[in-house]
Design a protein. Structure first.
Length: 348
């Protein structure tokens, strides 16, 4: 163990049950090994809601810590070791622009239900809650999109157009029923009459990691490893998902490796910190390959050193907290809780 790792473990012991360290699967091994709970966005949202610890140190990016702060109980504090770790995709949805687009869509009297991927700032979740919408994750996008269609005339899915389109395809919606919005000119650039004819409107956002995985990478893998089973994350483009053997959330990808037959080869299209960890953990069972090696630079901002510094601040009562403005709390919480309720009812 490094000196930093030893110091972290010592502080964890001292802080005892007042501390819980949560980590997203895309964190480095050096950080993940100190986490009390790990998971994808959905698992973490669910588990954070049940944590008793006074301090929740969230190893991930900003929107995740904000969701944790939203679900935290009175007196609980959420800390983010890398305060500058912002998900690129989440930043593609300024709340004021989301509101302007929804207002314009609603002028015609149709009920457009917003469905926000969890990778959005809390201010956007609040707007979505206000407009009768909900949050979703890649693990429950299908159930949540089905729910959203039942709530109104059509759905605005944001910010990841790939996840929206892949989920729509899984539900049997054809391309003609979908439209990616041009959000320029403060949301005035897209043709309103055409948009109102569509069942699914997509925000033009994407993940900086998964958008870099292309169908050619799958084709090259098939040539080099014809026996490989290929699974990708649904934030990849639809042609990538179509070329792969399966697509699903981070948890789906982990389970695909866990269940890979002895001696098989499996290629995983997602962030490489997770793929590298799976390769090491399942080396005795199967060969795990990355579809393409891409690291999320924001997830990588949380280092073991920053985690140690945050724990020291927690001990000294000087750790900065992630807070949610009062005006956004209620609506954002409603949007998040709608997701948790729908999933609980659907058994997802
Ligand atoms: S992997 Fe993509 S979606 Fe996840 S934090 Fe990084 S940029 Fe955001």
């Amino acid at each position: 163990m490094t000196q930093t790792a030893t110091a972290i473990e010592a502080l964890k012991k001292q802080l005892g049950s007042s501390l819980c360290i949560a980590g997203h699967h895309y964190q480095h091994d050096a950080v993940i090994r100190h986490c009390d709970i790990t998971g994808d966005s959905l698992e973490l949202a669910r588990r954070v809601a049940a944590i008793d610890a006074q301090h929740i140190v969230f190893c991930g990016v900003h929107f995740m810590a904000e969701s944790a702060a939203l679900l935290a109980r009175a007196g609980q504090q959420v800390h983010l070791p890398a305060e500058d770790a912002h998900c690129v995709m989440a930043q593609m949805t300024p709340a004021s622009l989301v509101r302007a687009v929804l207002m314009r869509l609603h002028t015609a009297g149709k009920k457009i239900v917003p469905l926000a991927y969890v990778n959005t700032p809390v201010a956007v979740k609040a707007v979505v809650g206000e407009f009768g919408g909900a949050v979703c994750t890649s693990a429950n996008a299908t159930a949540m999109l089905r729910w959203a269609f039942e709530q109104g005339d059509s759905v605005l899915f944001l910010p990841d157009a790939n996840l929206g389109r892949n989920t729509a395809r899984a539900l049997g919606l054809n391309e003609a029923a979908c439209m990616t919005l041009n959000i320029r000119k403060q949301g005035e650039a897209f043709p309103l009459a055409e948009a109102l004819q569509k069942q699914l409107l997509l925000w033009p956002g994407c993940c900086a990691v998964h958008a870099k995985i292309h169908a050619e990478h799958i084709a090259a893998l098939r040539l080099a490893h014809p026996q490989a089973h290929i699974v990708v994350h649904p934030e990849c483009a639809p042609d990538v998902v179509a070329a792969a053997d399966g697509a699903g959330s981070t948890t789906y990808l982990i389970n695909a490796v866990r269940q890979a037959p002895q001696g098989s080869t499996i290629a995983v299209g997602t962030e490489c910190s997770l793929v590298d960890r799976l390769r090491r953990e399942y080396a005795q069972q199967c060969t795990v390959l990355p579809v393409r090696r891409i690291q999320c630079s924001d997830m990588a901002k949380c280092t073991e050193e920053k985690l140690l510094a945050t724990l020291q601040q927690v001990q000294n009562n000087t750790a900065p907290c992630i807070t949610v403005p009062k005006a956004q709390q209620q609506s954002a919480k409603v949007a998040l809780e709608r997701m948790l309720d729908v999933c609980a009812r659907a058994g997802e």
